[in-house]
Write a protein that binds this ligand. Structure first.
Ligand SMILES: Cc1ncc(COP(=O)(O)O)c(C=O)c1O
Length: 389
């Protein structure tokens, strides 16, 4: 068994390039979580002053998240993360508006926490149109226009794809949806916040998850444009205006607000850092015979998907992991199930290219030095695996 010292040394020496799966919590985020739990652990629903203190911290966090989301006329529902927020946004809207229509639109490349919800709704009698994507992983706005109908009640389009980093034209899609229909517009912006300059102005519902931008796991939010009603997913004591019952997680909310503030302040600089790192990686891969690029130049700066068609993604991931370099196959969720990536399939990749796909995802404080080390280790580890294949 490794000693604590050995573990710490390995953590320091590792090259972590799996930031789309999760990021390292920022120390300020962790300390705010600990502080609230140690000093303000009262139940915000209690009427005594200790409860009131927790309640005021919770309300302040809510206000900060609202401002930091850029949706100043929204209400914030704190959740356990992206999966729950997506479930609430989609089912909550579908059930509350089903008297107006039962047609829903989404894309073929959504995260399973969106796609599986739509599949469930289809079983319940809703009709779903899945917009296809081109090789770049982007939808066509003409397809969206053609799909909208009088009875369309919800459109859900992710901001940035978690496997290949494709960025969808959210603002333009929003204008089209508003001008041609009465449908609500939701985006799973889990992979966008803190990385790109996001524009949520045309959206009614936005999903965020703290652990994707140096916050804590088990903490996320759904921003809901004011006055839009949602059917609750979790019923109980009526907390959070009855939309998401359960004793509120004050420390989770405060630390989420802290993570959002840090991420949004750091975003412009982070974007430049990510672009520099991505440029170096692209230059390297363009010159490697064994590698084919999957992510296009228009993709988000922190996600780079490539394939090594002569090997499998698993072989590449394990070979690099032996040198403490951590990347993944297509996504963290699908990498353990051995299921063929629905995203790469939708982009029209061959089975061989899909089998060899790996994703390198950068953190906002990644260094060029780490990328150079990654390149050195790739050159040392991958060519021997190609001999004789
Ligand atoms: C695009 C996207 N949506 C939703 C989720 C789910 O978020 P969470 O892990 O907070 O449930 C993820 C996580 O990988 C994701 O990448």
């Amino acid at each position: 068994m490794l000693s604590v010292k050995e573990i710490n040394e390995r953590v320091i020496s590792m090259i972590y390039l799996d930031n789309s799966a999760t990021t390292k919590p920022h120390p300020y985020v962790v300390s705010s979580y600990i502080k609230v739990n140690e000093q303000f652990y009262g139940n915000p629903s209690s009427i005594h002053t200790f409860g009131e203190k927790a309640s005021s911290l919770f309300q302040k966090a809510k206000q900060q998240c609202k401002e930091l989301s850029g949706m100043s006329d929204s209400s914030i529902i704190f959740t356990s993360g992206g999966t729950e927020s997506n479930n609430l946004a989609i089912k909550g809207t579908a059930y509350s508006l089903q008297h107006k229509g039962k047609h829903l639109i989404t894309t073929a490349i959504e995260h399973p926490s969106v796609l599986e919800v739509f599949k469930g709704l289809e079983e319940e009698g809703f009709e779903v149109t899945y917009l296809s994507v081109g090789q770049s992983g982007e939808i066509s706005l003409d397809d969206l226009k053609a799909a909208l109908r009088k009875d369309t009640i919800l459109v859900s389009i992710m901001y940035v794809n978690n496997e290949i980093g494709s960025v969808q034209p959210i603002t333009e899609a929003g204008h089209i949806i508003k001008s041609l229909s009465n449908a609500r517009f939701h985006s799973d912006a889990v992979q966008a916040y803190g990385k790109l300059t996001t524009d949520f102005n045309t959206l009614d519902l936005v999903t965020l998850s703290a652990h994707k931008f140096n916050g804590l796991k088990g903490s996320g939010l759904l921003a809901v444009r004011k006055d839009l009603k949602l059917t609750p997913e979790i019923r109980g004591g009526g907390q959070q205006d009855g939309i998401r019952s359960g004793t509120v997680n004050t420390a989770g909310a405060v630390s989420l607000a802290k993570a959002m503030r840090l991420a949004s302040e750091h975003q412009p600089k982070a974007y430049e850092t990510l672009l520099d790192c991505q440029r170096l990686l692209r230059e390297f891969f363009y010159n490697r015979e064994e590698v084919k690029m999957i992510s296009t130049e228009n993709a988000a700066p922190h996600i780079l998907s490539v394939t090594v068609p002569k090997l499998t993604g698993e072989v590449v991931v394990h070979a690099l992991a032996k040198k403490d370099v951590f990347i993944t196959t297509s996504s963290a969720c699908s990498s353990k199930t051995n299921k063929k990536s629905h995203v790469l399939t939708a982009c029209g990749l061959s089975d061989r290219d899909i089998r060899g796909a790996v994703r390198i995802s950068l953190g906002t404080d990644q260094t060029l030095n780490e990328i150079k080390q990654f390149i050195r280790i790739w050159q040392e580890v991958i060519p021997p695996l190609l001999k004789g294949v």
